[in-house]
Design a binder for this molecule. Structure first.
Ligand code: FES
Length: 585
């Protein structure tokens, strides 16, 4: 075997490992050949990493090894050399206290794995909520050519002849159980009907939203955002993505050329049109920070104001992801948004967003509305400001009860999640349907990790009285499957001395969604006086990753990234820092 000269493929990072005739070149090839590869794989083929977040601990990603095989077929066929590797996987259901505590850790692992190994391009296999933004953030930072293949949503949940909507209906039915309207036997039956196949949750929750936004950003092939996990077309798109990444390496099409300010604007428009998860705001801000692009919270509100909500998908709408996909999916929504999009934005297939959308069509107008007949004239997710959230807070207005869009109520304050769980169903809790439930110390530092605790359950005594929604406010996040009048991401959070820290039982709070206001009706002098007496809670961690997290985590309005991870990985001359300087050392 004669390895090709390093000059044969000057753009291939992998040649620094495999293209040399010296002792290190031999060692790099020889040790990899122990896996049974012949000398042909070193003949200048681009080395493609298949970055797999497969894990049996993460049911949403448990099928990704099958998808990886399809990707590899495509890579081989296009003349590349695929090598699959695993990273940390973040499974919403089993990982405690919250996957958000580990999103940045996974992003770092993705970034450093790509940087440290002889990879010329990478295919990112993701699924559950945080795996998608973590991979996008890591890929953005290292800036080696990358394409994403989401795992796709599960089949719709079915209980007898009744459709179930993942976490959304589990929450609703748990409230029915607590109200005494649903029995133990039915509750057990539901357990085996709600999660019926491989894939991620099948409403427009965080996983579906982020997979869709990956497509809106241009980081997937068209159609990859919504095809069901077990649909054979998902295998086909994985195979095609494997072929495409080889071409992207040859074209030098890096994430920084795809995920531009225009692409982020397109993704934000898509988020609003989908009525997608509030979590997407945190992730998009963090991603923009990696790319050196300014994306203030106000830009979400500006785009929400000019983007109709048109995707009739739960939890804000009526249908599930399967029906959304059959109706034309993300491409059909983007097609509707054409007059509002940055159509020149380049996408992973090398074509512009505008070119891709020429062939897109909608097949069910009940599921995806025309732009002129939207479900709501404005986007689903909006940003609130006011003295209770000087750096912003977020509410999904598409899920708000109409009678609570403008509301004044007295606060019922819970010091933390334990306090909430301990007192929620106390018959003596001084709460009625007009109260405003406040949960604090549930933010990035306070919880820590900003868990999805913001969907405060309605107290049992009010549920029994027929109350279905109340105003709830916290510095936590909510699951994308949540519904109701829920204000989250209050910044700054209570644990760093935000005004949320000094709200007392009985204080009046004003929520005005249309005016984007969230106000604590307490005099400024009194707020200052209470804050002067406030003492920060003891830190949750003294060592290890938890300590690193607490020392460097940013607030929600800054994307909850680590302060030292912001900015691009390029040097001042624009040279990607992904090239390992000398693998012989
Ligand atoms: Fe993974 Fe819902 S639990 S997407």
């Amino acid at each position: 075997m004669t390895p090709s000269s390093p000059n044969d493929s000057p753009r291939l990072r992998s040649r620094d490992w495999f293209g040399k005739r010296d002792r290190w070149g031999l060692a790099h090839r020889a040790w990899l050949r122990s896996e049974g590869f012949s000398d042909r794989v070193f003949e200048g083929k681009p080395v493609i990493g298949v970055c797999n977040s497969w894990s049996e601990l993460n049911n949403c990603n448990a099928h990704l090894r099958i998808l990886a095989e399809a990707v590899k077929r495509g890579v081989w066929e296009a003349g590349g050399f695929p090598l699959e590797f695993n990273t940390l996987s973040l499974g919403e259901m089993l990982m405690k206290p919250t996957t958000m505590l580990y999103r940045n850790l996974m992003a770092m692992e993705v970034e450093e794995s790509i940087r440290a190994y002889p990879l010329d391009g990478v295919v990112l296999l993701c699924g559950c909520d945080k795996t998608t933004p973590a991979q996008l953030m890591g890929a953005a930072s290292v800036d080696v050519p990358a394409i994403m293949v989401p795992g796709g949503p599960m089949l719709s949940g079915m209980w007898h002849d009744r459709e179930l909507a993942a976490g959304t209906d589990v929450r609703r039915m748990w409230e029915e159980v607590r109200a005494g309207r649903l029995g133990e036997e039915q509750w057990c039956e539901i357990e085996s009907c709600v999660s019926r196949s491989a894939g991620h949750c099948y409403v427009m929750g965080t996983a579906s939203t982020m997979a869709s936004l990956a497509e809106g950003l241009g980081m997937t092939l068209p159609g990859a955002g919504d095809i069901p996990a077990v649909d054979s077309r998902r295998m086909m798109i994985a195979e095609r993505s494997g072929g495409r990444i080889v071409e992207m390496v040859r074209e030098g099409l890096r994430p920084s050329r795809i995920m531009t300010a225009a692409a982020l604007e397109n993704a934000t428009r898509l988020l609003m049109a989908l009525g997608g998860s509030t979590n997407a705001i945190v992730h998009l801000v963090a991603l923009a920070g990696r790319l050196g692009i300014r994306l203030p919270l106000s830009s979400f509100d500006d785009i929400a104001a000019t983007t109709p909500f048109i995707a009739n998908v739960k939890p804000s709408g009526k249908f599930l992801m399967e029906e959304f996909s059959y109706a034309g999916g993300v491409q059909a929504v983007l097609k509707e948004l054409t007059p509002l999009l940055q159509l020149d934005a380049i996408t992973a297939n090398g074509k512009s967003m505008g070119e891709n959308l020429k062939g897109a069509a909608c097949f069910n107008r009940e599921v995806i509305r025309p732009l002129r007949e939207p479900l709501l004239p404005q986007g689903g997710v909006v940003v609130l400001n006011g003295n209770l959230a000087p750096q912003g807070a977020v509410i999904k207005q598409s899920a708000v009860s109409p009678h609570l869009m403008k509301h004044r109520g007295r606060a019922v304050v819970f010091e933390n999640n334990q306090d909430l769980l301990a007192r929620l169903d106390d018959p003596n809790l001084p709460v009625d349907e007009n109260s405003v439930m406040v949960l604090r110390n549930a933010g990035p530092k306070g919880a820590p990790g900003m868990p999805e605790w913001g969907h405060l359950p309605i107290p049992a005594k009010l549920l029994k009285a027929g109350v279905k929604d109340m105003v709830r406010i916290s510095d936590a996040r909510i699951s994308g499957t949540s519904f109701g009048t829920i204000v989250v991401h209050v910044a700054p959070e209570a644990a760093v001395g935000g005004v949320l820290a000094i709200v007392r039982d009985g204080d009046e709070i004003d929520l005005d969604v249309a005016a984007r206001r969230l106000e604590l009706r307490v005099q400024d002098a009194e707020i200052r006086s209470r804050l002067a007496q406030w003492k920060p809670p003891a830190p949750h961690y003294e060592r290890g990753y938890g300590r690193l997290f607490l020392d460097h985590i940013l607030q929600a309005d800054e994307g909850c990234d680590f302060d030292f991870l912001r900015g691009s990985s390029r040097d001042e001359g624009g040279t990607p820092l992904a090239r390992y300087p000398n693998p012989a050392l």
